[in-house]
Design a binder for this molecule. Structure first.
Ligand code: FMN
Length: 190
């Protein structure tokens, strides 16, 4: 069994999503002893923007490329902070390299079809504000909705989210928000 652990926060040790994704990975390690962990840190090892030469090269792959590393994973754990209402551009650059026609999805007479089903995905998100159903800013939420669409498009419906919201809203204590999110980790992994 293989797990791909991806982080994209630029905030290093102060990052909330890094803390949450590490907790999810620790939990998976405990549940699946011997699980093989592959690590991708998109902040310290950024991928270049997807560009014209990559289009021609879309299907070609080497063992070290992000698409191959994604395809062989049974479990993906993703740290996805909200930066300017959506995922960091470092993470978008990764998404651009895994949504590849005829590798992770295809176009059929019945519409697009996902080819990457069967994986389990855990996403740890964090935001300064609140974007839940009751929030006046809910229409600006493009982390969770975006990633659900991305993974759904390639056939992965088993996506669990852990969220630490309101970290900079001054309403709740930051440590309490993080503690509540860490408690969610145990629930989603069950
Ligand atoms: C560059 C940048 C942009 C941000 N943009 C938003 C935003 O649009 N909405 C929001 O609620 N919080 C925003 N925040 C706050 C982060 O979501 C918050 O700091 C969260 O902890 C980020 O996750 P991390 O700690 O794992 O990096 C932003 C933070 C940074 C550094």
């Amino acid at each position: 069994m293989r797990l791909l652990h991806i982080d994209s926060s630029i905030l290093g040790d102060g990052s909330v999503t890094r803390r949450l994704s590490a907790a999810i990975v620790a939990d998976q390690r405990a549940t699946h002893p011997g699980i093989e962990i592959d690590r991708l840190d998109l902040a310290t090892d950024p991928l270049p923007h997807f560009a014209a030469p990559d289009l021609a090269n879309g299907g070609a792959a080497t063992a070290s490329d992000p698409l191959e590393r994604f395809l062989v994973a049974d479990v993906v754990v993703l740290g996805a902070p909200m930066y300017n209402f959506t995922v960091p551009s470092q993470l978008k650059a990764w998404v651009d390299r895994i949504l590849i026609v005829n590798r992770t999805f295809s176009y059929t007479a019945d519409g697009p079809q996902g080819l990457a089903g069967g994986k389990r995905v855990f996403v740890a998100t964090a935001s300064g504000g609140y974007y839940g159903a009751d929030s006046p800013f809910r229409a600006a939420e493009h982390v969770r909705s975006y990633l659900a669409a991305v993974f759904g498009f390639i056939g992965i419906s088993d996506v669990s989210f852990v969220a630490a919201e309101g970290l900079q809203a001054g309403v709740e204590d930051r440590d309490d928000i993080v503690a509540a999110a860490l408690a969610q980790v145990e629930r989603i992994a069950a």
